[in-house]
Design a protein around this ligand. Sequence first.
Ligand code: URA
Length: 298
Amino acid sequence: MAKVLDEASRKRVADAVRYYRDLGIYDLYRRETPAGMLDALIARQELAASQAAPAVAETIAAVAEEETSMDAQPSAADAEKIAAILNDKPAALRVIREDLGDCQRCGLGATRTKLVFGVGNPGTRIMFVGEGPGADEDAQGEPFVGRAGQLLNNMISAMGIRREDVYIANVVKCRPPQNRAPERDECNTCGQFLMRQIAVVRPEVIVALGATAAKFLLAASDSMANLRGRFYDFHPMVPSAAPEHDPSFRTKLVVTYHPAYLLRDPRQKKETWLDLQMVMKHLGMALPKREAGHSGEA
Ligand code: URA
């Protein structure tokens, strides 16, 4: 699909594409997707590319291909940075928090009380990603501390682990007014920091809670019923200038229902528990004995 440019033009245009990425413009990325969604994503990328200048269009495709290639490797200098990050993940997360600063990159900065960065064990095997802070989180500066958070805690303990064992973050770090869903540009702007958090934590499995997290992380648009119940290969799209940028990192992602949705429709707890058991099996975690053989209650 991608035509190859000569080396100098390719580098010039690749630098431009990376520059836009570093500004948080992610829409031109192609991410690994389930087979059923690949055609739609390619169509979207081709549409975006067709609206760009021809040389850029070719390079967008080539850079995206390079970024998602299974053979992509960090340069020696990047490999050194990554080794340092893995050696001290809490420090690397502090750098991301400092980069966010008193963030006013989108309108949510004006109305928040506290920016909600993320919490938990940076060395975890499991990371949960929600949508954005609600009123309780906005007041306390910690994700999932309200009613939905209580249910998330129960879901985590049903897995035989504790909240402190996992890492929890949101797509957007500031509360959307009246708890509305975050807008697409808010997700794109703030989501680059989530991508960096993922690239530092390097969980073996990401659990995307609800449609906002699932759609943002997978760059997909489908119903929750279709998205859940399977593993996706996931590569966090980290700005190339960020120290965590590592084209070789891949992990697994699972989509399940958001705890706030489960509070409204508890019938879906059964499906959610199946998703969590899938994660546990993948990680070789023992199913709690009382749950083995029936669907359990999240
Ligand atoms: N809902 C979310 O998506 N995130 C939170 O932190 C709290 C509620």
